[in-house]
Design a protein around this ligand. Structure first.
Ligand code: UDP
Length: 316
C-alpha cells in the first residue's frame, strides 16, 4: 500500500482529496494546523485505519515516521475576503510562510523520501489578468505589495521553489493552478462568494454584491477538482509541468446571485457594497493543456453543483 501525505488535508479541497484517496486504497496522512479550516472536515475519516491526522504547522519541520510516496501541498489560507475571520488577509505572515517556508520544508521531505510532489498554486498568480482566458504561459498582472500580495506573491514563490527543486535536484514535481472551486465542506464563514450567497439566501439576508457584480469568475465543483488533482499526480508525463484546473464556464457575480436566488427560492434582496481593492475583474481558465495531457475536464454543471452545495448548507 502506498502512502500519500496531504498538507492542508483538513481544508475544503484537501478533505475531499483525502477521502477520495482513501477510497482508492492509499494510506493517507493528513497534515493540518486548522488555522483557517475545521477539524470537522476530517472527522468522518478518523476511524479509518488507513487515515492518520498530524496536527502540525508545515513551516516547522516534522517527522512523519514512515516512507512517503506522494505529497500534495494544499496547506495555505485561501480566502481573499478580509471580512472573514479565515481570510488570508487576516493571516498575512502565516500565508506568506505557508507557501514559502512550508513549501521548502515539504520539498525537502519529498527529496528525502523520493516522493512525487504536487504543489497547489492558484489562479491568483495571474492577478488582475489583462488577457482572457488565462493560459498557463501568461505571466500575470500582480500587485507585488497590495493586500492580496501575501497570497499571490507567495504562490508565485511556491511555484518558483518547486521548479527549482525540479531543475536542480530532478525532483518529480508538478504545479496546479486552481481556479475558483466550490462545494460541500466550504466554510460557512469563509467569505467566498458562493458560500456567502447561499447562506444569505437560506437565512433570508441581503445578497452582498461587491462592486456592480459585472466582475466574472468561473466556478468548478470540488469533485471535478479532486479528479484533476489526482490525474496530475498519478498520470505519467506530468513531471515538471504546470496545469490550470478549473471550469471555463464563466459567469458574472450578478448572474451567480440570480442563479442561487432561483435555486433556493429566496426572497432576499441584492445590495451593492464597495469592491475590495485589487479585486480581479475577470477570471477564466484555459484548460486545453489539462484536456489534452490529463484527459480531464469538469463534468458537473454549475446549477447541479450549486444544488448539491445548497443541500449541504441546508443540512448544517
Ligand atoms: N464577492 C461578492 N460578494 C461576496 C463575496 C465575494 O460580490 O459576498 C465577489 C468578490 O468581490 C469577487 C468574487 O465575488 O469579485 C469572487 O470572490 P471570492 O472571494 O469567492 O474569490 P476570488 O475569486 O476573489 O478569489
Amino acid at each position: 500500500m502506498q502512502t500519500v501525505l496531504v498538507a492542508g488535508g483538513g481544508g475544503f479541497i484537501g478533505s475531499h482529496l483525502c477521502k477520495s484517496l482513501l477510497s482508492d486504497n492509499f494510506k493517507v496522512i493528513c497534515v493540518d494546523n486548522f488555522v483557517t479550516s475545521n477539524k470537522r472536515n476530517v472527522e468522518e475519516l478518523l476511524p479509518d485505519k488507513n487515515f492518520r491526522l498530524i496536527e502540525q504547522d508545515i513551516t516547522k519541520s516534522f517527522e512523519p515516521g514512515e516512507k512517503i510516496d506522494f505529497i500534495f501541498h494544499l496547506a495555505s489560507p485561501a480566502s481573499p475576503n478580509a471580512k472573514s475571520p479565515r481570510s488570508y488577509i487576516n493571516f498575512p505572515v502565516e500565508t506568506l510562510l505557508a507557501n514559502s517556508q512550508g513549501t521548502h520544508m515539504l520539498l525537502d521531505l519529498a527529496r528525502e523520501n523520493k516522493s512525487k510532489f504536487l504543489y497547489v498554486s492558484s489562479s491568483e498568480i495571474y492577478g488582475d489578468p489583462e488577457v482572457s482566458p488565462q493560459k498557463e504561459d501568461y505571466f500575470g498582472n500582480v500587485n507585488p505589495n497590495g493586500p492580496r500580495s501575501v497570497y499571490d506573491e507567495s504562490k508565485r514563490f511556491g511555484e518558483a521553489i518547486t521548479m527549482a527543486y525540479f531543475r536542480k535536484f530532478g525532483l518529480n514535481i508538478r504545479i496546479i493552478r486552481i481556479f475558483n472551486t466550490y462545494g460541500p465542506k466550504m466554510q460557512k464563514d469563509d467569505g467566498r462568494v458562493v458560500s456567502n450567497f447561499i447562506n444569505q439566501a437560506l437565512w433570508e439576508k441581503d445578497f452582498t454584491i461587491y462592486g456592480d457584480g459585472s466582475q466574472t469568475r468561473s466556478f468548478c465543483y470540488v469533485d471535478d477538482m479532486v479528479s484533476g488533482l489526482k490525474l496530475a499526480m498519478f498520470k505519467d508525463g506530468t513531471q515538471g509541468k504546470v496545469y490550470n484546473l478549473g471550469n471555463p464556464d464563466e459567469r458574472s457575480v450578478k448572474e451567480l446571485a440570480d442563479i442561487i436566488k432561483k435555486l433556493t427560492g429566496s426572497e432576499s434582496k441584492i445590495i451593492f457594497e464597495e469592491l475590495p481593492f485589487d479585486d480581479p475583474k475577470t477570471r477564466r481558465p484555459d484548460i486545453e493543456r489539462a484536456k489534452e495531457e490529463l484527459g480531464w475536464e469538469p463534468m458537473v454543471r454549475l446549477e447541479e453543483g450549486l444544488q448539491r452545495t445548497i443541500e449541504y448548507f441546508r443540512s448544517l
